[in-house]
Design a protein around this ligand. Structure first.
Ligand SMILES: Nc1ncnc2c1ncn2[C@@H]1O[C@H](COP(=O)(O)OP(=O)(O)OP(=O)(O)O)[C@@H](O)[C@H]1O
Ligand SMILES: [Mg+2]
Length: 232
């Protein structure tokens, strides 16, 4: 099993109030699979993804990614884990505004050992001719392509996408989903994606439904649908 989460719990305390955000999550994903997490706002999706990506820590339970016991890593090792193994794609791209497209991607490739060639990655996301542009000179869909290029340039084992199409229109969303599917197929990257859009679940191998910090349903898709055939 490539990714295995068991009994994962997480609470946040502010003042005297403690909120249990994850209440014993269990999840498994094989190498090269696409997983989708569905769930209402506040159900703990981003919290779960941030722990998986080494941005945050769970209170208890285990998180294993490719044999690494993420919950047991000290801060330095957690940073290494995040840098070497995890690619992140967010709803609002999080690009550095005063760096060009190529520079936004280079920043990441410089800190990673197994990085791919920048031109190859730019070609993969269809932005060869926009290398020298700045984020403000790109459409939302193009900016999301840059953020996907930035996430995959280090050839991550696990690509975590937190509502990657949340800010995009229908057509652009579909092309971004297609791109994620291509990355998955071409590089064998395991992909875990958060979405509010239940139609997107059709392209996943596994679907996890989260409600108030618990997985309430898990579905396996015998034959995931190509992104270009998904409609909503
Ligand atoms: N750093 C934090 N401190 C305190 N509470 C937090 C913190 N991060 C998240 N929470 C709380 O945890 C709960 C789950 O938040 P989370 O961001 O994981 O939800 P989500 O499922 O991603 O929602 P959305 O779909 O709106 O993005 C929310 O009630 C939120 O207020
Ligand atoms: Mg969220």
């Amino acid at each position: 099993m490539f990714m295995e989460i068991a009994g994962l719990r997480k609470s946040y305390t502010s003042g005297t109030i403690t909120t249990e955000v994850l209440k014993g999550i269990g999840m498994r994903l094989d190498k090269g699979e696409v997983g989708v997490i569905l769930g209402p706002s506040g159900s703990g999706k981003s919290t779960l993804m941030n722990i998986l990506g080494g941005i945050d820590r769970g209170d208890s339970g285990s998180v294993i990614v490719d044999g690494i016991e993420v919950q047991r890593l000290n801060d330095d090792k957690l940073t290494d884990y995040r840098r070497e193994h995890i690619g992140f794609v967010f709803q609002f791209y999080n690009l550095v505004p005063n760096l060009s497209v190529a520079e936004n991607i280079e920043v990441v490739s410089n800190i990673s050992r197994s990085s791919l060639n920048i031109d190859e990655v730019l070609a993969a996301v269809g932005l060869q001719d926009k290398k020298r542009r700045f984020p403000r000179e790109l459409s939302g869909g193009e900016q999301q392509r840059v953020s996907i290029a930035r996430a995959i340039v280090k050839n991550p084992k696990l690509l975590l996408c937190d509502e990657p199409t949340g800010a995009l229109d229908y057509g652009t969303s579909r092309s971004i989903l297609q791109l994620l599917q291509e990355v998955n197929a071409q590089y064998g990257t395991t992909v875990l994606m958060i979405t509010h859009n239940t139609a997107i679940a059709d392209m996943a191998n596994k679907v996890f439904k989260l409600r108030s910090g618990e997985i309430v349903e898990e579905l396996a898709n015998a034959s995931p649908v190509p992104a270009e055939r998904i409609e909503w």
